[in-house]
Design a protein around this ligand. Sequence first.
Ligand code: DP6
Length: 333
Amino acid sequence: MPTGPSATAVAHPNIAFIKYWGNQDDALRLPANDSLSMTLGGLQTTTSVTLAPDDQSDEATLNGNRLTGPALERISRHLDLIRRRAGRRERAVVISANDFPTGSGVASSASGFAALTVAACAAYGLDLPAAELSRLARRGSGSACRSLFGGFVVWPATGDDATSHGQPLAAADHWPLVDWVVVVDRSAKHVGSTAGHQLATSSSLQPSRVQTCPHRLAVATQAILARDFAQLAEVAELDSDLMHAVMMTSSPPILYWQPASIRVMHQVRGLRRAGTPVFYTLDAGANPHCLCPAESAEDVGRALESVPGVVGLLRAEVGGPARILSTVVDQAG
Ligand code: DP6
């Protein structure tokens, strides 16, 4: 049993309306383009980090399963960054759990590395401002840097390690949107994001997606600040389609969509044509996220449930920032 200082943190996943796809620097996770997301309240990762001064290596458990191999190494490398920054050497025991199902189409690396960063910094005695925590979280998983903040968050592609972090755009209570995560496929994705980012430059469409991104970011930012749903719907669907076009035309190509994903996309477009405000966006997977104002959430949910091939729906709202739940300074004393 480790007896060193311990900290527990929670963080929410996020859904990007302007997508991060491809890096300028893979090792540092410096993105090729700006991105913008909404933090997903109602879904969360809880992670505790306890220092284990007598242990020779880090240990990690996710949802009750002991991690080994590349998954453990990724966490250990992240802890190394934090240890170096804190000038500490102790190994740690990490216990993490998601309250949303694996295979639901909700990326757990964003909430996972955000919660790990916040808990580990507290356990190692590092008191850092949110921007610095975000910068560290980015090194574990790019999209995690946005989960440090609540509400609507921008991650500008500054091309520079020192300035590459999430920036809050609007607080969680700015605009009550609902995200229906439409589950059409529970299996693990065949190409993970880290491998996918490295393929982005092999698509001839990536340069044009990257070059036109600042305009889409400006439109999405303006739409969020003005709570203009129609404008956000148009630019977010375009941005998602552009990212998937890059994925589909990279070498080797990646096709994340399943037939039911496309049926959901048609349903969403049909609903919108008929006057219901809703739009879709898909990350690196088959399960569409469908966004709508809170007041239409029940109608939209019913319409999505009826699409053939839909096996489940998860509801998320706009969430708050990553935060410490508890700390224990010295369990031995
Ligand atoms: C498609 O942040 O998961 O969800 O840094 O390799 O962990 P790694 O990648 P990750 O990439 C997310 C890609 C995306 C779009 C987005 O969230 O912006």
